[in-house]
Design a protein around this ligand. Structure first.
Ligand code: C2E
Ligand code: CA
Ligand code: CA
Length: 970
């Protein structure tokens, strides 16, 4: 929450200015647009109005022109008549006038003035006054016509007889002479002409006429409203044959002016208003959101201090996407990621559950349905932790965040699991378990206890376990027992108890003291098993035939008995007893090359020859294999013994005839021990003779050797083996065998474990049981381990080159870790051999790991860093420390064979295996079951979720070539 900004520094967009700018632009744009629209509309209409007015006016003008022209054409007729009949009488004139004016006209009268005095007129009636009118005296304009030689129109003017008229005066020239006859004066009815021309009825127009006396624009107003001329009228010229008038018109309503349309503008402004409201609304929302952001940031800043400095692990997660928005310092420490790394992750990168499940849980938290969860988180270093997560939703505007506090509950969880596991073990154990308090009163017993003793838990609680005693062992026995417990913390031995039924039974009991923190005894735990059956079989064993079935010779048990008797006898009679331990040389060659039958035949022949040579008092027996023992009694001196030994060597050296004419050449080495010189127990004598036999072999075969007292038998044997190991390494007698590991679900070979074998020149193929412990104790394990690692890596490289991607497990002795440069050595070997380190796996036993935990941890980490895989071997005997194991960087866990062996029948074994697998899965470990011999075992393991299977079911350990063939054929 370091990046929470200061709210004052936040820029609020959009600012108020932005709003006003928006509004202004909106007005401007819409105004201009509307204006353009309106003005083009106006121009159109105005154009229309103009052309209509023009057309109407034109029509009126033409009408007017026509009417006047028609009337004047009529009077022209009269003028033409007179020009041809200059002496026309009034009578004639009237007749022609009547004839002429029959047609439609607007002529009031036509007067004819011969020599400029009106002498005739038509019609006479009403016009009498005009007769005799002398133009020469009064109307000089009458001469204009004469002067112009054309018709002259005067008026309108008020007529003498009343009304308004237009007067047209036409000069008349005589046709024959061309002399001026006089004048024809036609009075036109002005009002009628105006009316007929339609000027009065032109409703839409204001019309005015100008040009009195046909003087055009210079003339006075004739008709209409003079102001029309000031109103921008349309003006046309009314053409008269003898001048013109001017006619002007405007629309009655006046020319249209530019007037915006209220409809358009009001619609436009409603739209603009709505738009602006929308902008405003949006603006307000943004402001509000920002304000709430500022508010939440302000509170976030307050919260961030708490968040940052709090010891608890805290995360802020986006509920929808699961993105980690923030992580406090404790979270960074806990997960091992930096703040930057964390904020680039989603919670599902950490949570081990499926992304769907994680999403579901997030939704529950976001809707407040659930706020506490138990989950499995993975840290950067690969550690898996159980965590309890408390998540509460935080609303931020349009987003829901989850504020999560994370508690690491791994330890609590583990101890709970372990408790459950302990309970399972306790309940299912085949062995009876008694737990007492420090006063040795029973506080708990298990089911097996009830079955074995017949007492229920209720009957036993609160009692001292001695209530079970069969009273077969004395008080001292128990005092001694408890003394041992008090001194050493435990005791183990056989105890006779009595069942509820009264039946006495033997049990093998071990008692362990559990101390409290102060080191004082707090509880005692007794674990016992009913060994009735074991005891019985022991006895049965003694009754078994005491002979070796192949040769009919006494066997080991029988030999032991005989020897004991011989010693007892010798003790009394102060004699000596000698034990000769024979081991045949090169017997293995015969057995291997000629077959078991031949081998058996040979053994029989050997026993026959030996029996023949020995005295009746002596005993010949066979221990097994090619080992024989001879007991010599009643001896006088060592010399006798040597004689026998030499004879025997000589006897065995002779060829042995076999079937089909073959012969076997073998030899023998003899070790000799004696009573009372070397030991007083039969068992010990045989053991020492064995040691001496090895000495003999070392001294060169076909010889005998007395047991050398100066060395203890054990040490001597070890010494020899130790020097032999070094020699064996040099002589390349060691060889790695490979046992496949199988994917339990697919059946495919995924790798193998390298197991060491010693092709011993005398003892044949030896398994590690014969030499590993000695090598460890004598300090040569390091040489052996180095040899194994180099050989394994070379083999791995060969497989790698052949294209087999196989893991190879190599066993590591706990002692290897004692050498400080062990990891350096491993790195060197890995690099030299050019293998993929991921394919190399080192196995270390659980017990070894526990013993040296602190010292080993760093080295294991170094190995892991090299890419090498690590496996825990023989896991299960110390299962209680599984929770401790997770501190180690391990990848694999191998469940010990002892758990697999009886998994079919033993429900407690199965429960333990199931629990181990469960927990191991929790730590993300691969699980291997060791020693799987039967298919049903594998089925159970499969069901329990085990990953890999290793055991005789699939294959015994085999030489490299055999394993390669297996890979090739897979
Ligand atoms: P381990 O590591 O537990 O090896 C497994 C042993 O179980 C092997 O015995 C193997 O042959 C045997 N085994 C495998 N499957 C079955 C099965 O189905 N039934 C039975 N009964 N046994 C099975 P091995 O080869 O005799 O080795 C014994 C032990 O010697 C090994 O136990 C390991 O602790 C040690 N060892 C072997 N090779 C080396 C080595 O190169 N270096 C060191 N330091 N120790 C080694
Ligand atoms: Ca192993
Ligand atoms: Ca093992």
């Amino acid at each position: 929450m370091k990046d929470v900004p200061n709210p004052q520094s936040l820029k609020l967009t959009p600012p108020r200015k932005w709003l006003w700018f928006n509004i202004a632009v909106c007005f401007l744009v819409s105004g201009l647009g509307l204006w353009a629209l309106e003005s083009s509309n106006y121009q159109n209409r105005k154009q229309n109005e103009y052309s209509h007015t023009y057309e109407d006016l034109t029509e009126l003008r033409i009408q007017l022109e026509n009417i006047i022209t028609q009337n004047l054409n009529l009077s022209q007729g009269m003028a033409t008549y007179i020009a041809t009949n200059p002496d026309i009488s009034q009578k004639e004139y009237s007749a022609f006038g009547a004839q002429l004016l029959k047609r439609k006209n607007n002529i009031i009268n036509i007067g004819a003035a011969k020599d400029m005095v009106i002498g005739m007129i038509y019609p006479i009636a009403g016009n009498e006054k005009a007769l005799g009118l002398d133009y020469r005296k009064q109307q000089s304009e009458a001469f204009d016509a004469i002067r112009a030689g054309n018709t002259v129109l005067s008026g309108p003017l008020n007529l003498v007889q009343g009304g308004v008229g237009l007067i047209a005066r036409q000069p008349i020239y005589l046709n024959q002479t061309g002399e001026t006859w006089g004048l024809l004066s036609t009075v036109l009815d002005y009002d009628a002409i105006i009316k007929e021309s339609g000027l009065l009825t032109a409703k839409h127009l204001n019309i005015t006429l100008k040009g009195r006396d046909a003087k055009g624009a210079q003339g006075d107003f004739i008709w209409g409203k003079p102001e029309v001329f000031e109103q921008n009228p349309i003006i046309q010229t009314v053409k008269l044959p003898f001048g013109s008038w001017v006619i002007a018109a405007t629309p009655k309503s006046g020319w249209m002016t530019f007037r915006p349309s209220t409809l358009i503008w009001s619609v436009a402004y409603i739209v603009i208003f709505l738009w602006l409201s929308l902008i405003h609304l949006r603006y307000k929302t943004v402001r509000r959101e920002q304000k709430s952001l500022v508010n939440s940031i302000t509170s976030a800043r307050r919260f961030s201090d708490l968040f940052e400095s709090h010891d608890a692990v805290m995360l802020l997660i986006e509920s929808q996407s699961g993105r980690i928005i923030d992580a406090n310092q404790s979270a960074q420490n806990f997960y091992g990621y930096t703040q930057q790394q964390l904020t680039r992750m989603r919670i599902s990168d950490i949570n081990q559950a499926s992304p769907e499940k994680v999403y579901e849980d997030r939704q529950k938290a976001a809707f407040g349905e659930q706020n506490a969860f138990v989950m499995t988180h993975r840290l950067k270093n690969g550690d898996i932790r159980k965590v309890e997560v408390h998540s509460s939703p935080v609303e931020t505007g349009n987003n829901t965040l989850l504020f999560s506090i994370i508690h690491d509950i791994t330890d609590r969880f583990e101890s709970q699991k372990k408790l459950t596991l302990d309970a399972v073990v306790f309940a299912n154990s085949q062995e009876g378990i008694i737990i007492t308090d420090k006063h040795r009163n029973i506080i708990s017993v298990n089911k097996a206890f009830e079955i074995i003793t017949g007492y229920t838990a209720a009957e036993s609680l609160g009692k001292n376990p001695s209530f079970l005693s069969a009273q077969k062992q004395g008080k001292e026995f128990f005092i001694e027992l408890w003394n041992t417990v008090n001194e050493t913390g435990q005791w183990k031995g056989e105890v006779w108890n009595r069942r509820k039924s009264g039946k006495v039974f033997p049990e093998l009991l071990s008692i362990t003291e559990v101390k409290d923190e102060a080191g004082q005894p707090e509880y005692y735990v007794g674990v016992f098993s009913d060994i009735t059956k074991l005891k019985q079989s022991e006895e049965e064993l003694e009754n078994l035939a005491l002979t070796d079935s192949l040769t009919g010779l006494p066997n080991r048990l029988s030999l032991k008995n005989t020897l004991d008797h011989a010693i007892a006898h010798a003790k009394r009679s102060h004699e000596r007893v000698a034990v000769l331990f024979l081991d045949l040389d090169k017997f293995k060659v015969v057995n291997d090359s000629l077959g078991h039958a031949a081998g058996d035949e040979l053994l029989k022949s050997v026993s026959g020859r030996l029996s023949e040579r020995l005295r009746e008092k002596d005993t010949l027996g066979r221990l097994g294999g090619d080992e024989f023992v001879i007991i010599l009694e009643n001896l006088n001196s060592e010399k006798d013994i040597i004689t026998v030994a030499k004879d025997i060597i000589e006897l065995i050296n002779r060829p042995f005839p076999l079937e089909e004419g073959q012969e076997a050449y073998i030899g023998t080495s003899i070790g000799i021990s004696q009573y009372p010189d070397n030991a007083s127990k039969g068992e010990d004598l045989i053991a020492y003779a064995d040691v001496a036999m090895y000495q003999a072999k070392q001294n060169g075969r076909n010889t005998y050797s007395f047991y050398n007292e100066s060395l203890t038998a054990d040490a001597d044997k070890q010494m020899r083996t130790f020097s032999q190991i070094k020699r064996g390494i040099k002589a390349r007698e060691f060889e790695l065998y490979y046992q496949p590991q199988i994917d339990i679900h697919t059946g495919k070979i995924i790798g193998s474990e390298a197991l060491l074998r010693w092709n011993h020149p005398e003892r044949g193929l030896l398994t590690p049981a014969h030499f590993i412990r000695i090598a460890e104790e004598r300090g040569v394990i390091r040489d052996l381990s180095r040899y194994v690692l180099v050989a394994a890596c070379q083999q791995l490289k060969r497989w790698q080159d052949m294209g087999f991607k196989q893991t190879l497990s190599v066993n590591i002795s706990p002692q290897d870790f004692n050498h400080r440069d062990f990891t350096r050595e491993v790195r060197h070997i890995v690099q030299q051999s050019h293998i993929d380190p991921n394919l190399l796996e080192l196995e270390i036993t659980e017990s070894a790991l526990m013993r040296n935990a602190d010292a080993i941890l760093n080295q294991l980490q170094t190995l892991r860093n090299l890419g090498i895989q690590l496996a825990i071997d023989d896991f299960g005997t110390g299962y209680s420390s599984l929770s401790y194991l997770k501190h180690f960087p391990i990848n694999k866990l191998k469940i010990d064979r002892s758990f697999i062996q009886d998994i079919e029948e033993d429900s407690s074994d199965r429960a333990i295996v199931s629990a181990i697998i469960d927990m191991a899965k929790n730590f993300n470990l691969t699980i291997v079951a060791e020693g799987v011999e039967k298919a049903p075992q594998e089925l159970i393991l499969q069901a329990e979720g085990c990953d890999l299977s290793q055991g005789y079911l699939h294959s015994k350990p085999v030489p490299a070539a055999t394993f390669t063939a297996m890979l090739e054929n897979a």
